[in-house]
Design a protein around this ligand. Sequence first.
Ligand SMILES: Nc1ncnc2c1ncn2[C@@H]1O[C@H](COP(=O)(O)OP(=O)(O)OP(=O)(O)O)[C@@H](O)[C@H]1O
Ligand SMILES: Nc1ccn([C@@H]2O[C@H](COP(=O)(O)O)[C@@H](O)[C@H]2O)c(=O)n1
Length: 218
Amino acid sequence: MIVTIDGVAASGKSSVASGVARALHVPYLSSGLLYRAATWAALQHGLPLDTPEAEGPLLDLLHAQTQAGTPLDLRPLPEGNQVWQAGRDISEALHTAEVDAHVSAAAVLPGLREWVNAQLRALTPPFLAEGRDMGSTVFPHADHKFYLHASARVRAERRVKERAQDVDSVEAALKLRDERDVRQSAPAPDAIHIDTGSGTLPEIIAQVLAHLPAPSAT
Ligand SMILES: Nc1ncnc2c1ncn2[C@@H]1O[C@H](COP(=O)(O)OP(=O)(O)OP(=O)(O)O)[C@@H](O)[C@H]1O
Ligand SMILES: Nc1ccn([C@@H]2O[C@H](COP(=O)(O)O)[C@@H](O)[C@H]2O)c(=O)n1
C-alpha cells in the first residue's frame, strides 16, 4: 500500500505522516528533506541556485558525492526522517531559514526533481510519502491520497514555536515559499483535502486514519 500526504509548507505533513505511519506500522518518506539536503549541499559548496544553469553543477556535486561513497542518505526512521552524510546526521541543518529561503529555487530544477523521485520510487511499499507532488506525479497510482492545508497565519503561529523568529516574518516567508512552489503543489485530483487548522494533531491523524484500512495487529 502507498499513501501520499501532500500539502503547503508547514501544513503539518511530516507530523501527520509520522503519526499515521506509526499507527499503520509502516515507514514514511519525507521528500522535502531530500530537496532540503540537496539545497544544503549546494550552499555548503557555494553553488548558486537561482538560475536554470545551476542544475549542472548541482547534479555533478550530488553525483560526485555518491561516487565518493558519501551520498546524501535519507533514513526513513519511525521517529522521524533523517539525512546522513559521511557518517554524520545533518538533519538539523536542513530546517534553517537559509535552507527555507533557497530550497524552492533548487526544487524547480527538473534534474533535481528526477534525482529525488528516483530515490523514492526505488523503495518497496508499503509506505507513506509526504511532500508536494507525491500523489499527483511521483505515485499517481497510490492507494490513498491526502492534501493538507491551513491558513498562512495558523501555520506561522505553529512554526514560531519551533524557531526563534517573529510570526509576521515567518508568515511572509511561508507565503513566498507557497508561491514559489505552486507549480509542483497542485493537489492530485483524487486527493482528500483536510484543513489542519481545524483540529489538534491527534484529531487530524485520526481523520486521516478514518479513511484507511485498519492497521494490522503486528
Ligand atoms: N493539527 C495540528 N495542530 C497543532 N499543531 C500542529 C498540527 N499539525 C502540525 N502542527 C505543528 O505545526 C508545525 C509544522 O508541522 P510539520 O513540520 O509537520 O509541517 P510540514 O508540512 O511537514 O512542514 P514543512 O513543509 O516545512 O516541512 C509543527 O510544530 C507541528 O507540531
Ligand atoms: N515533493 C516535494 C517536496 C518538497 N519540495 C520542495 O522542498 C521544499 C521543502 O519541503 P518541505 O516539505 O520540507 O516544506 C518545498 O518548499 C519545495 O520547494 C518539492 O518541490 N516537492
